[in-house]
Each structure stands twice: as structure tokens, then as C-alpha cells.
Design a binder for this molecule. Sequence first.
Ligand code: B12
Ligand code: SF4
Length: 371
Amino acid sequence: MVGFTVYDTALYPTVFAISMNKEFLPHVKVVLGGPSMSLDYCQTHLLKEFKAGLIDVAVLKEGEITLVELVKKWRVDENINEVTGLLMPKQGSIVSTGSRILANLNETPMPDFSDLNLNNYRYKAIPTLMSKGCVAQCIFCSEVTYWERFRFRDTDLILEEIKNHVAEYNINHVMFLDSLINGHHRHLEELVGLILDDGLKISFNGNARVSNRLTKSLIEQMSAAGCSDLVFGLESGSQKVSDLMKKGIKLEWADENFKDCFKNNIGVILNIIIGYPGESEEDFQQTLDLIDRYKKCITHVNVGNGLAIYKGMSLYPIAAKLGVASDEQGEVIFDENENWSMADGSSDINTRRLRISRLRNFLASKNMNYS
Ligand code: B12
Ligand code: SF4
């Protein structure tokens, strides 16, 4: 069996790899998983591959339990229809056996990295998770629909896992892969407290949400515990655009968070989304102004490729309301390259590309790091 994680941006190379797999290793079963997996997505983008037998099954949402059950059934040639959490081909279509998420994250076993030669990597680092899901409901974000709800692990288990990795693999850095590490500020504070009490000498980084609960004192403690940088999904320097995205933040919170990080030697990495429906030239300029204001604090900017719209995301059903060119049924009108535009002509792929390159030029002119 071979498994593929499917990201929207890597759909075509993944499909290519899957076809190669079936061509050269036809007896090897192909299982898909990852944040793009949903019935809608597979029916829209992968129906042909399912029908052609290139994909045996896709696992919906968290794969830990489903994959084990699936493999157990396959080993003894049993029917897999009873395994919850699968998508599989049936009579020219795709059927679902329902989906499930991990109800109790504390039950996940200790990850085993013993097959990984860490000497092949630049950093002695290992990823882990404190939580799954997000407390926010940003309308463009697939995490809202994918992870269903915010859940977190007990802090003593997280500490135990990190200590295990330090002892087993001699790592000195931990990457938290959570959608955000400050979904629950007391939980984060508790973990940071445990790391400090333990005297563990590691550094760590993770994604974070701009918040008035990410206080100066919490940032100080995080720094003392080894926090090296935080990736903030700021997306825009315009409060209007941020509100349209339903980010649920106030830009003045960013002011405090960024300055406190800077004072405590925590790098601030920004994720930016260019060309959200409703972003005017003035809003775009506000993003440039914000970056300029905090250039001392910002260590890197992830410019991204502009907002992509696709079926299945929370934004899709309200795209027309946001002014995106749509037909009478509310279906977004895409060009041949799946690009969308505003109905009033105020923005299209060229406007977005131009703004992206202006942002890049702006960052270069300020000697800032970006990608
Ligand atoms: C760490 C991370 C990165 C890292 C490393 C990525 C990598 N290649 O490993 C970096 C910073 C490099 C990165 C880059 C990008 N990322 Co990123 N990233 C993440 C993040 C924060 C964590 C991913 C992770 O490892 N989670 C931990 C593991 C345990 O969870 P998981 O991968 O989801 O896997 C679980 C299930 O999905 C499922 N599963 C997953 N794969 C499989 C496979 C099989 C066979 C099975 C059975 C089950 C299964 O079971 C797993 C256990 O429960 C997620 C957000 C998030 N909170 O998940 C975004 C996320 C995955 N990234 C995203 C994107 C868009 C990107 C970029 C395209 C951004 C860009 N425009 O450049 C690039 C492309 C990366 C690439 N080409 O690989 C999106 C993907 C959206 C989508 N639906 O495709 C996410 C979901 C964030 C978001 N909401 O926008 N990313
Ligand atoms: S805060 Fe980040 S992870 Fe959470 S919903 Fe918004 S964009 Fe997604």
C-alpha cells in the first residue's frame, strides 16, 4: 500500500505520481488522505482516477484510526465497507462510509521517527501537535471545515513526547504543526510553564493568531521557554478586508503582539492573502503600510499566490454576495485556468498578480525576507 497526502496546490503532480504507481506497481494499493479530502473535492477533481481504478480509497479527515482498520481488513481480504471514514469507487461514482475525527487526542500513540535519518536534515527538529482544529472561522480557510472543531492534548503528554524526542533523537527544536498554538491561551501558558519548570533546553515555533489574549507576560514566558518565531495569519493590513474574511481580530492587537514578540526576540512571520474579494487599491496600500510600520519586528513574509476560490470552501456559497462573478445559481464563474474575478471588473487574476509582484518588490526594497 502507498499513501499520498493531497494538497490542492499539488493535485496534478499527485495524480501523475498515482498513475505512475499503478503503471509500474499495479498490485500496490493507493490510499489518499490529507486536508483536501472530501466527497465534493474527489467528485470534482478525482472522479476519473477513482473510476479508472488508480485510487483504491481516500481517507477522510484524521487517518490514525481509519488507516489501521483499513489495513487490518485488507490483510485478511475482508470487505472494507464497514470501515468508517472512507471514500471509494462504486458503480462509476464515489461513495462515502462517513467521516470521523479523533475524539480524544490524548489517545494518539508516541510518534516513531526511528526510520528517519535526522542527519540528512539541516535542523535537528521534529514536529508535534498540541491541538487540532481552530477556534476561528475565517471564511476562506479549509481548516474550518476539515478539522471540524478545536481539540487539544493534555500538556503533560505533550511535554512527555518532546522529552522523548530529545532523548531518543537528540533534537533541539520542536515545530508545532497546529493550525494555531494559541487557540486556548491557558493551555499554551500551562505547557510553557511545564517546559520552564522542567528546564528543558529546546527552541520551538508554530502558527499563532493575532489576539489580545496573547499578552505581554505570556509572550515573555514563551520566549523564556524557547519560542523562536511565530507565524501569524494576518492576511491583510486592512481592517475592512480582515472583517470580510471573518478573521475576528482587531489590527491593534497585532500592534501589541508584534512589538512584544520583537522585545522578546521572537521572530514574527506574516502570512498575507492578496486580492481577497473586496480588497481595493486603498486596502492593499494599508497592507503595505502595516508591513512598513512593523518591518523591524517582521522576520519573514509569506506572500502566497493570492486567494484561490474552489468548491467546498466556506467562502464558495457566499462568493456572489462578496461580488465574485457568478452565474444565476450562485456558481462561481472561472476562466480556463480556474481563476475567478469580481463581477464589477474591479479585480481579476491580473490585478492579483500585479499586487503580488508589487508586494514582492516592496519587500525587496525594504531588504525584508519573503517567499
Ligand atoms: C506544517 C505545514 C506546512 C509546512 C510543511 C508542509 C509539508 N509538506 O509537510 C510548510 C510551511 C512547508 C507548508 C507549506 C505549504 N502549505 Co502548509 N501547512 C502546514 C500545517 C500547519 C500542518 C500540516 C501537518 O503536518 N499537520 C499535522 C498532520 C498530522 O496532519 P495532516 O497533515 O493534516 O494529516 C492528518 C490528516 O490530514 C490525515 N492524512 C494526511 N495525509 C494522509 C495520507 C494518508 C494516506 C492518510 C490515510 C491520511 C492522511 O491523517 C493525518 C493524521 O490525522 C497545515 C495546517 C494544519 N493545521 O494542518 C498547513 C496546510 C496543510 N498547508 C496548506 C498549504 C496551502 C500550503 C502551501 C501550498 C502554501 C503555499 N501557498 O505555498 C505550501 C505547500 C507545501 C507543499 N508543497 O508540501 C494548506 C493545505 C490546504 C489544502 N486543502 O490543500 C493547510 C491545510 C493550511 C491551510 N488551511 O491553508 N505547510
Ligand atoms: S485563524 Fe488561521 S487556521 Fe484558524 S480559521 Fe483562520 S486562517 Fe484558518
